[in-house]
Design a protein around this ligand. Structure first.
Ligand code: SF4
Ligand code: SF4
Length: 268
């Protein structure tokens, strides 16, 4: 069982110091944090935001009680930088599909990156990049992973509050299907034959897409115990080809093992 986080109290009677770090990402998860607005002001009353380049001019120095990390590791420089972030952080929390699974940029993991670079850049020899985009947990120990592309505002506030209080964050491990039932949605797959990854996708969004009669495309990544082969059989009955099954799992969480394995069962 995961350990309870220690209460984040800060040192020498001061408020806990928070840092927000960016690696390979679109900044959307940091914007979700900024979008918390009113609630964020309450959090700011309890915490000292010491480093958050997206939002403020701040100095990078010393240690941090909590580090939020957005983005995946895609360059040798970032592979070094995350080691430094880990050394300086008491608690390290990864936020979003990029940081927890490698993100949409992990599509590179299934192709030849050198070939891409030679097509896109006039001087590919100037490009220093890794062959794969990998989650932060492949490089350093992570204290908590918060999924989503982008993350949910409510969930990031819950995670911050939990770490400050020294308790485990309450983030549901069940699938989007449960959220659909809670929202009173008619199942889009059963009622309309719309392909939907809700049965294998981690809850957290409040079933946004099925609430608007769309199938879920898995932006929160695989839930705790996904049965993707079973879902694929059902999607196949709805008329999806092998090629379509191969592609449906290859989006924001293409490198998450459950989605990666299921995609590979249906194509190269
Ligand atoms: S998880 Fe999605 S929203 Fe967050 S940084 Fe990555 S691409 Fe952007
Ligand atoms: S329903 Fe699926 S794709 Fe839509 S926001 Fe939720 S997790 Fe993402």
């Amino acid at each position: 069982m995961a350990k309870e986080p220690k209460k984040t109290t800060g040192r020498n009677g001061r408020r806990p110091r928070l840092a927000v770090w960016k690696f390979a990402s679109c900044d959307g998860c940091q914007l979700s944090l900024l979008d918390c607005e009113d609630e964020l002001l309450a959090v700011l009353g309890e915490i000292d935001v010491a480093f958050f380049p997206e939002a403020m001019r701040s100095r990078l120095s010393g240690r941090f009680d909590i580090s939020l990390v957005e983005g995946s590791i895609t360059t040798p420089h970032d592979a070094e930088r995350i080691l430094d972030v880990r050394r300086r952080s008491d608690a390290l929390i990864t936020i979003g599909a990029c940081a927890t699974a490698g993100g949409i940029q992990a599509l590179r993991n299934f192709s030849d990156v050198k070939e891409f670079a030679s097509i896109v850049y006039a001087r590919p020899d100037y490009i220093e990049t890794l062959a794969a985009s990998t989650p932060i947990a492949d490089h350093v120990a992570v204290d908590f992973e918060l999924r989503g592309c982008p993350i949910s505002k409510q969930q990031i506030l819950e995670v911050l509050s939990a770490f400050m209080a020294g308790r485990r964050p309450v983030t549901p491990p069940h699938s989007v299907c449960v959220e659909c039932k809670l929202a009173g949605n008619v199942c889009v797959m059963v009622a309309h034959g719309t392909p939907c990854l809700g049965p294998v996708t981690q809850a957290g969004c409040g079933a946004i897409c099925p609430s608007f009669s769309r199938g879920c495309y898995g932006c929160f990544g695989p839930q705790e115990s996904p049965n993707a082969p079973s879902l694929s059989r059902q999607l196949s009955k709805l008329g999806m080809s092998n090629r379509e099954l191969h592609r449906i799992y290859r989006s924001f969480n293409a490198n998450a093992p459950a989605f990666r394995d299921e995609s590979e069962r249906h194509g190269p």
